[in-house]
Design a protein. Structure first.
Length: 90
């Protein structure tokens, strides 16, 4: 089952391809997304990476949390479900 990771403290110069490259070292990257501001398309400094399974997610956190990418130390954690996602699941 896929696992989604939150990736914070991203440089505004980081690209989705950068995330894909960095996380592919620890597992199979299903998707990589950098969140942008609506209207301006400017990065908001965080994103999400989806890996193939829980073990890969745990390994990514162990290896990549605190590691530099484009001059900034990554903050990598399991993503939390958004409240509006939980409401639609009920």
């Amino acid at each position: 089952m896929s696992v989604r990771l939150f990736v914070g403290n991203l440089s505004f110069d980081a690209r989705e391809e950068d995330l894909r490259d960095v996380f592919s070292v620890v597992g199979n990257v299903e998707s990589a997304l950098i969140v942008t501001r609506q209207g301006s398309n400017r990065p908001r400094g965080f994103g999400f990476v989806t890996l193939e399974n829980q073990a890969e997610g745990e390994e990514a956190i162990r290896q990549l949390h605190g590691q530099p990418l484009a001059g900034r130390k990554l903050c990598v954690n399991f993503a939390k479900a958004r409240e509006d996602d939980q409401e639609t699941a009920d």
